[in-house]
Every structure is written in C-alpha cells, then in structure tokens.
Design a protein around this ligand. Structure first.
Ligand SMILES: Cc1ncc(COP(=O)(O)O)c(C=O)c1O
Length: 385
C-alpha cells in the first residue's frame, strides 16, 4: 500500500537507545538510565486518590472539548500565582499532553507548506509533527554564546509563518530571560510569524523562575503539560493558552481530532495542582542531581556543557571525544552500563558531536552513573592514549 510523502518522519533515536538498554537488562546487566526524559516518580498521591474517588462516583465519560471548567480555572489561577499574570480561564484549552497541543496549534495556525522556525538543537518531535502535517520545519542553528537558544538574527529574512521556542529547552535545559523572549516575540511578529512557546519544563528551574511568553504578549500560543513538573507523563494531559479570538478555532479542531483529553487524567491533573509539597520534594531531588552532574560530568571529561537553567538535562559538546555520537553512546552503554542519548535526535547536523544526559532519576542512580562514566572515561583515555 502506498504511503503519503508526509508520513516519512524520522525515528526517535532515544527509543532505540532505550531498547538497547532493555536488551542489556534482559541479559542480566544493571543499566543506569540517563537517556530517558521523564521523571522516575509517578503522579502525586493526591492525584491518584482523587481519581480513585471519581471512578467510584461516575462514568468518566467525555468532557467538553476545551476541558473540565474547574481544571481550566485552576490552570488560569496558576498563572497568577506563578507569574503574576491575570489570565481569563476561557483562554485555557486542556489537551492530550503537549503533543496534542502541538497538533492543535500547528493545525490552527498554519497552511500546508508554511515555514516554521525551530531552534537546533531542539525537541525532535516539533520537526516530525510539522513534516507530518505538510508544513516545513526550518532549523535555526543556535550558538553557544546565546545559550543554544535562537535569537532574532537567526531568522531574519527567512520568511517564516511561525516560530516555536522552548524555555527551559530540551535537550539543553537553557532558558530565555525576559528580554530575550521579548526580542524573539517582537522579531517574529515583525515578520508576520505566529509565536508558539513550549513551556513544558516550567516549574523545573533552579536559579531563576522561567518567563512565560504571556508576560510579554497575549498574541501567542503557550503550550504546557502535566508530564514534567507534575510528574504525569503517561496520563497524557496538558494545556494551551491561546488568544481569545483563537479559542473557538481551536475548540472546533479539538472536538474533531480528540473529542477531549482523557477525563480520568483531567480529574487527576486538577488534584495534582494541590500537591505542592510532593512536587517540590521531586524538585529537590532534581536539584541535588543537577549539582552532582555539574561536578561529576566535567570530572569524567565532559567539560563543554550548556548552562542547564532548568528541566533535567545536561547537553554536552563531545567533539573533542567523537564525531559519531551514536556509536559513542553505544560504547558508553556497552562498556559503562550507562544509557545516554546521542545529540542526533535534537540536531541532525551538529548532533554527531553532542550527547544529552538526563538526571530525572533517583540521586543514588545519578551517583552510580557518574562513577561509571568517570571510570569508563579514565579507561578510555588510557586506551586511546
Ligand atoms: C520540549 C518538550 N516538549 C514537549 C514534550 C512532549 O510532552 P507531552 O506530550 O508528554 O506533554 C516533551 C517530551 O519530552 C519535551 O521535551
């Protein structure tokens, strides 16, 4: 049977690494997982308790397409609490994860063939979802001196219809300060490009609070999720904030594409928003892990790293060690028993010489992983000479 041209998207290489790690574990080895981009913890207790209660009380059928009104209101309130932004709950759309948000946003904003700028390195699925929708992802190679985040000169004259940024970003964990966000939004609007801000790692920041695009403008789409800070990856629930005049457009697409985000997950998500103590305890673990990583990775020989302001990743330039990050990651898995992600997922051009280390797991795992990496690299430098 014939396939569409737009279905020819690339695989997610980290999945291949996860599979290789699984095979090693099946063969009896203990593997430290620094490849996965998800919390080791589950949904907060309050979330699962609320769901258990709701399951006894009713059928949990479809909700309205825009999501449970109580959840939309609570999300809007969070913008006041976190950023001092007064947000009309009518502008909040509950989505099946931020991945569902991308589908809705890209479909609502762009026509086939439209060009959307994305930072490289960046989250791989932006590129693949854009391609699958018949849109044109335009990679914007970012510079280390700009914290591997795009700046206006990276896309001037590129005739973009959209610009997508993430702060804190995956794979780097770097953030955009207020002025940088403002400059990007201004330059995008000057070019007539719609601005989309992926804020999925908000809440996971270690030095300064992340800036939401809504602090700068209402004329943007903000995409967020319960997957990371709220530790609910598999529940597939997230949200978007869109301008008032876009709500009905998005609602019509959401009705047809998804009907609604999973009802059970919406109930749990609402309760998760009251579980601050547990979520902050998770954050304390990431903070401790980050400190260990920032000390331990350079000690192992990974010295060229982007400043990880948030999320739970460290992105390392390993061009002094390899020009083939995929086989280097395979060697690290084989010899050190540590699974890491080659940068190719995030940057098809420069990713041959980069690796992403995730520190989302337990502190004991991170300590063990760093020891293994240090031993492996010491032995490697002896054998390489
Ligand atoms: C930057 C970024 N955006 C979006 C996603 C997708 O998240 P979800 O669909 O679980 O909300 C991820 C997942 O790792 C991510 O790293």
């Amino acid at each position: 049977m014939r396939n569409s041209t737009r279905s020819g998207v690339d695989p997610f290489i980290v999945m291949d690494v996860m599979e290789a790690a699984r095979r090693a574990e099946e063969a009896g080895r203990t593997i430290i997982h620094m490849e996965v981009g998800q919390p080791g913890t589950g949904a907060p207790q309050g979330a699962t308790d609320a769901l258990a209660k709701a399951m006894k009380e009713g059928p949990l059928g479809y909700t309205v397409a825009l999501g449970l009104p109580a959840l939309r209101q609570r999300i809007a309130r969070m913008y006041g609490e976190w950023y001092n932004v007064d947000l009309n709950p009518e502008r909040v759309v509950v989505t099946p994860g931020s991945s569902g948000g991308f589908l809705l946003a890209f479909t609502a904003l762009f026509d086939s063939g439209d060009r959307v700028g994305i930072g490289a390195p960046g989250y791989p699925s932006y590129r693949q979802i854009l391609k699958a929708l018949g849109l044109v992802p335009v990679d914007l190679p970012t510079a280390p001196e700009n914290r591997l985040q795009p700046v206006p000169s990276d896309f001037s004259g590129l005739d973009l219809q959209g610009l997508m940024v993430a702060s804190p970003a995956n794979p780097t964990g770097t953030m955009l300060v207020h002025t940088a966000m403002q400059a990007l939004i201004g330059a995008a609007h000057e070019q007539g490009a719609s601005f989309i801000s992926d804020e999925i790692y908000h809440g996971l920041e270690y030095e300064a609070k992340a800036v939401t695009a809504l602090e700068v403008t209402d004329d943007c789409y903000v995409i967020n999720s319960f997957s990371k800070y709220f530790s609910m990856t598999g529940w597939r629930v997230g949200w978007m904030v869109v301008p008032e005049d876009q709500v009905r457009v998005v609602e019509r697409i959401a009705q047809n594409m998804f009907i609604c985000a999973p009802h059970a997950s919406q109930v749990a998500a609402l309760a998760a928003m009251e579980c601050e103590d547990e979520l902050q305890a998770n954050l304390d673990v990431y903070r401790a892990n980050r400190t260990l990583m920032l000390k331990g990775l350079p000690k192992a020989g990974f010295t060229n790293i982007a400043p990880p302001d948030g999320a739970f990743y460290v992105y390392a330039d390993v061009s002094d060690l390899t020009h083939d990050s995929r086989s280097f990651a395979a060697e690290i898995l084989e010899k050190a028993g540590v699974a890491v992600t080659p940068g190719l997922d995030f940057d098809p051009v420069r990713g041959h010489t980069t690796l992403r280390f995730s520190y989302a797991r337990s502190t004991a795992d991170i300590e063990e992983g760093l020891l293994r990496l240090q031993r492996f690299m010491a032995e490697r430098s002896v054998s390489v000479g």
